[in-house]
Design a protein around this ligand. Structure first.
Ligand code: PXG
Length: 455
């Protein structure tokens, strides 16, 4: 039985809150879990449960919860200049200093940033910017953007259209015209009898086939996450990105890396594009930029694109909160902490390899078909048959496992029957041990529940 304060908050939810990506009726019946505070890698709910947050909020809280420095940076900036816009020939110190700090971290050929309030707004910006770029080059027909099935690029009309989530496309008549999708490089789920290598080549060849089908003169850009996050931490076979690079080099189209999840250290490098040695023309950013302490997103733009935009007159696009001074001050402090505490170095050399080694030990579990990961990203595939990769049919095994995790003090997400983790980058070895032993316990409980249901 929940305490009275929890019940009060849950009734506020029932009466007034429409939550994102939720079945409203189910949410009303069950009531949301109320998260009240956080420290380091832990969050607490209103029932007093301490929970290890294996998802860093929602792929966000890189430096962990409860860092006073970020609160102080926000407070100081609010007192100094709480808001001013960056439209119409004005700017303020935090936005300029942040643009420089990001340019210093980005690949050498990318030196400018267009700020937004979120990752979705970043990808809306991408759509308008790449079409504007080609129009300025006298190629108005180069408008089509190629995305990938099961890619995630946000929830605005452009974001959801660029993404390849069928459940999102079904609502609101999406995708909008001018956006097409190719297969994802998801070997475990879709590779059939092919080796991962051969499947990676096949998936990359789909890009070339699509460019030829649409016509190079009509294609503006290809957008992809270096590692798909919301789709299920899909790590492409080693053959995939090199082959995609070959294809991109043959055609005159722009490449957009959506770094909303991979950016700012998740792979142990500053960007997923560094990890895979990609050379994007644009990179979308959000989440880890501020560790989620305050909303902020943006697009990092290469010199090649900026040179063309510079000659194009007004770019009629922007948001009230583009480059918000408080968000910029918080982001600057977050980046300072990531740099000065050498958090990426630790992920790369110590905690990332340790997490991957400990997670891989779960491969011996009867339910586990594959464990994969990079840096502070991991996925565990739940299957009926380890050898054939056959899934359980309609059992909702992922959700069963997720329920056990919730009840045992671990946040681990389920994407279908793929369990995923993306903990704060500051997670220690001891906390990784706790995460993995809780994950194993929950796998055991899931298996026991499945067996009990069969009996
Ligand atoms: N691109 C990527 C790669 C993302 O992961 C966005 C864009 C959109 O960012 P905003 O800030 O507009 O939400 C995201 C967001 C999930 C989940 O189910 C993931 C996201 C958002 C909501 C749910 O894992 N990622």
């Amino acid at each position: 039985m929940s305490n009275s304060q929890t019940l009060k908050w849950q009734s506020l939810s029932n009466d007034h809150h429409l939550a994102p990506f939720s079945d409203f009726k189910q949410l009303k019946a069950q009531g949301p879990r109320i998260i009240t505070h956080g420290k380091g890698v832990y969050i607490w709910d209103s029932e007093g449960n301490k929970i290890l947050d294996g998802m860093a909020g929602l792929w966000c809280v890189a430096i962990g919860y409860g860092r006073d420095e970020l609160a102080d940076a926000a407070s100081k900036q609010m007192k100094e200049l709480a808001f001013y816009n960056t439209f119409f020939m004005t700017a303020h110190p935090p936005v300029l200093e942040l643009a420089k700090a990001i340019a210093d971290l980005a690949p050498a050929h990318m030196n400018h940033v267009f700020f937004t309030g979120s990752g979705s707004e970043g990808n809306d910006t991408v759509l308008r910017m790449v079409r504007h770029y080609w129009a300025l080059k006298g190629k108005k027909d180069k408008k089509v953007i190629i995305g990938r099935v099961n890619g995630y690029h946000g929830s605005t009309v452009a974001g959801a259209s660029l993404g390849g989530m069928s459940g999102m496309h079904e609502q609101g008549d999406l995708p909008i015209p001018g956006i097409v999708h190719i297969a994802q490089p998801y070997w475990f789920g879709e590779g059939g009898d092919m080796t991962p290598e051969a499947f990676g080549i096949w998936a990359a060849e789909q890009l070339e086939l699509k460019i030829l089908e649409v016509g190079e003169d009509n294609v503006a850009a290809f957008i992809a996450e270096p590692i798909q996050g919301a789709g299920g931490v899909i790590i492409p076979p080693a053959s995939y990105w090199p082959k995609i690079k070959e294809v991109l080099a043959r055609y005159d189209i722009l490449f957009v890396a959506d770094e909303v999840i991979c950016g700012f250290g998740r792979t142990g490098e500053w960007f997923g594009s560094d990890y895979y040695d990609l050379k994007p023309d644009l990179m979308t950013i959000a989440k880890g930029l501020t560790s989620g302490y305050i909303p902020m997103g943006g697009v990092i733009v290469s010199d090649k694109v900026v040179e063309v935009l510079n000659e194009g007159g007004d770019f009629n696009h922007g948001f009230t909160y583009s480059g918000h001074p408080v968000a910029a001050a918080v982001a600057l402090e977050n980046l300072r902490i990531l740099r000065e505490e050498e958090i990426l170095e630790k992920v790369r050399a110590q905690t990332g390899p340790y997490l991957q080694q400990r997670l891989s030990e779960l491969s011996d579990h009867p339910l586990v078909g594959e464990v994969r990961g990079v840096g502070m990203l991991g996925a565990i595939e739940l299957v009926k048959d380890k050898q054939t990769r056959e899934r359980f049919k309609d059992k909702g095994v992922g959700m069963i496992c997720r329920g056990h995790c919730f009840n045992n003090g671990l946040i681990m997400r389920a994407v279908g029957d793929t369990m995923i983790i993306s903990p704060p980058l500051v997670i220690s070895k001891e906390e990784i041990d706790e995460l993995v032993s809780k994950a194993r316990l929950c796998l055991d409980l899931t298996l026991a529940e499945l067996e009990a249901n069969v009996a």
